[in-house]
Design a protein around this ligand. Structure first.
Ligand SMILES: [Zn+2]
Length: 199
């Protein structure tokens, strides 16, 4: 993907450069239109910054988006939706191409991928929110390590409820700073607090 974009940037650069070469016989209107586009150097810089941005969005970001949808379903104690969202998460986990991850992402990924897949699979295979929440504890712990090494466009909040997990406490990740507890849902929606903001 990156190499295709680079190729496109290069060919655009080449075509602009070759147009410039023709400017020798100065046809003013054409020349002006190129001025509007910008110098080849400028265009090249712009294309390069686009390339850099696209490679910054990690594959692991998609996992987090799936995770948030699953979390929202558990906040609603909606076992059916949670099962579907976990299925989508499992698909995303299985489609990660680990060879193309950045080094720090790769190191973390190989540590947690099996457990992530295990928990996502169990959550997808039941519609019982209680069983889903049991797996959501370790799923969230592993997603936290992924969030820590993935570049985020927006902050991610790591939140904690001391009552979950039979009083041992449990964490989850959220895109919102306000607490909506996925372990209790409506029973104790506001229980918990943000313990870390990941940026
Ligand atoms: Zn299970």
């Amino acid at each position: 993907m990156k190499s295709i974009k680079l190729l496109m940037a290069m060919s655009l650069l080449l075509s602009i450069t070759s147009c410039y070469a023709k400017i020798g016989n100065v046809r003013l209107p054409e020349f002006n239109s190129f001025i509007n586009v910008g110098s080849p150097q400028l265009v090249y810089q712009e294309m390069s910054s686009l390339i850099d941005k696209s490679s910054e969005v990690s594959q692991l970001k998609a996992l987090l988006d799936n995770y948030f949808e699953l979390k929202d379903a558990l906040v609603k104690t909606d076992g059916n939706t949670a099962s579907l969202k976990a299925e989508a998460l499992l698909k995303a986990i299985n489609s990660i191409n680990k060879e193309s991850l950045a080094k720090n992402e790769y190191d973390e990924w190989i540590k947690v991928m099996k457990e992530l897949a295990f928990d996502a699979e169990h959550i997808s295979e039941t519609k019982d929110a209680g069983h889903q929440r049991d797996h959501f504890i370790s799923l969230s712990k592993n997603m936290y390590s992924i969030a820590k090494v993935t570049k985020q466009e927006e902050p991610v909040y790591y939140q904690f409820c001391p009552m979950a997990n039979k009083g041992k406490g449990a964490n989850w990740l959220s895109k919102e700073s306000s607490v909506k507890n996925p372990y209790y849902g409506a029973k104790m929606l506001g229980c918990g607090k943000t313990v870390e903001t990941i940026k």
